[in-house]
Design a protein around this ligand. Structure first.
Ligand code: SF4
Length: 451
């Protein structure tokens, strides 16, 4: 996701490129608050349609829509933004060429008369719609006649990739995983289950004669996917674009004011110090005065501070575990981006709270919104939610306003430790679910509790 976002940003086609996730910060719930302009297009980085693209993402963004996203995408006014939501990149017709490009990487100039292509999807018995993108891409490539045969095969549904030798006839077979990124399946289970030993594997003794299997990298990490993402955005822009958000600009001005004093600005565990040349020094507060720190570029700051000192992932960045031992020097004009890299959305939320415009979402609403595995949290008792909050929020810098905790200032007005939390995060929701699993007490079905 980061690599594609960086590549889109580098093209300079859009005034702003933001990244958001369901389970880490900035979350999909925070994303619109961060957007500088009124028009926002959201492209889901998924290879196929399904529960996440049709239910979870629209719901988290604030769309009423649930179900398969129509070809033209969705448009709605949400929190003052005009939000366009596209289908996932995997269903775009240009993905057929990305598959062909991946095939070319492993087998170069293949002979169309003796080469079969296998487009390999995960598949699921639960949602037939998820195979649509793979079938569509396979059909497009079949029609172009560049392979003797093209098969769409799957890991978790028929026709299965385990049967590739029986389902294809050509002596050479190119398998291209239709996956978003490298991972357990592409690197472990697929090669292991098929007996692949690398990019090319010889099978000299199969019934019907010797075969060769070429195994490519997954489609989702191919640089050409960036072009597909851009095309999806361009296709969604059918109206004149609207101007910058006044609230976005005002939040940036508040940050500059708060950080311009000689002492700089403390935010959570971060210290921002203005330098004589007009730039700013950012580092962990515990590293004040040190000269032996590693210099981190602004472009690497999010990834660098996204892990603890021992390498543990920090999905919620305001947990008290900001790594130490680094510093970054940025222009004043880059300060907002730098703060966002360390603590996503805290500026926008603090500014909105100071101005009385931050919507606080009670636990009951958050619980009601959950679906799938997490729908169970609706049954949590107040004691179970309080217990989850005690375990999770105690190590977080934010003050859970959603649970009724008071906040009298923010870091913008002098209290570095005061960061508003308007809505239970995914970590908290997961903790409530764990509480349900670890206690016998379960309220009646459908009961929604208050905290
Ligand atoms: S819910 Fe708790 S842990 Fe999550 S961001 Fe808010 S205060 Fe932090």
């Amino acid at each position: 996701m980061r690599r594609h976002a960086r590549a889109v940003r580098a093209q300079g086609l859009f005034d702003e490129v933001l990244e958001g996730s369901w389970k880490e910060e900035p979350s999909l719930r925070q994303l619109l608050r961060l957007a500088r302009f009124r028009d926002v297009t959201v492209v889901p980085l998924f290879v196929s349609e399904g529960y996440f693209t049709g239910t979870v993402i629209p719901r988290e963004l604030g769309f009423e829509w649930r179900g398969p996203v129509p070809p033209g995408g969705l448009t709605a006014v949400i929190d003052g933004h005009r939000v366009h939501y596209t289908r996932p990149y995997g269903v775009h017709p240009d993905m057929a060429e990305v598959i062909a490009a991946r095939a070319a990487e492993v087998c170069g100039e293949w002979d169309p008369a003796r080469t079969a292509l296998v487009v390999l999807g995960h598949g699921t018995g639960r949602d037939r719609q998820s195979q649509q993108a793979i079938e569509q891409a396979a059909a497009a490539l079949r029609g172009r006649g560049r392979f003797a045969e093209v098969q769409a095969l799957y890991l978790d549904q028929a026709p299965r990739v385990d049967d590739w030798a029986a389902l294809t006839r050509a002596p050479d077979v190119v398998i291209v995983p239709f996956f978003a990124s490298e991972g357990w399946h592409t690197q472990d289970t697929i090669p292991h289950d098929l007996g692949l030993t690398g990019a090319v594997t010889e099978f000299p003794e199969l019934p019907g004669g010797p075969r060769r299997v070429f195994y490519s990298r997954p489609v989702g990490t191919h640089p050409a996917v960036t072009r597909v993402i851009v095309r999806l955005v361009e296709d969604s822009l059918d109206a004149p674009l609207s101007p910058e958000e006044p609230a976005w600009r005002a939040a940036g001005a508040a940050l500059l004011r708060a950080s311009s004093g000689e002492a700089g600005l403390a935010v959570g565990e971060l210290q921002v110090t203005p330098l004589p040349d007009g730039r700013c020094d950012l580092r962990s507060q515990v590293d004040a005065g040190r000269t032996d720190l590693t210099t981190v570029a602004l472009s690497d700051l999010s990834a660098w501070t996204g892990r603890t000192a021992d390498g543990t992932h920090r999905p919620i960045r305001t947990q008290r575990s900001l790594p130490r031992g680094w510093w970054a020097e940025v222009e004043t004009s880059e300060l907002r981006a730098a703060l966002h890299a360390v603590y996503p959305a805290v500026l926008e939320e603090a500014y909105a709270w100071e101005n009385g415009t931050l919507p606080v979402i009670p636990w009951t609403d958050t619980a009601e919104r959950q679906s799938g595995l997490y729908a169970a949290v609706r049954r949590a008792s107040p004691a179970q939610v309080a217990q989850a909050r005690h375990k999770t929020c105690a190590s977080c810098l934010r003050t859970p306003l959603w649970a009724g905790e008071p906040l009298s200032a923010t870091f913008l007005t002098g209290d570095p430790q005061a960061l508003p939390c308007p809505e239970a995060c995914t970590l908290l929701v997961a903790a409530v679910r764990e509480e349900l699993g670890s206690h016998q007490e379960t309220p009646a079905q459908g009961e929604v509790t208050h905290v």
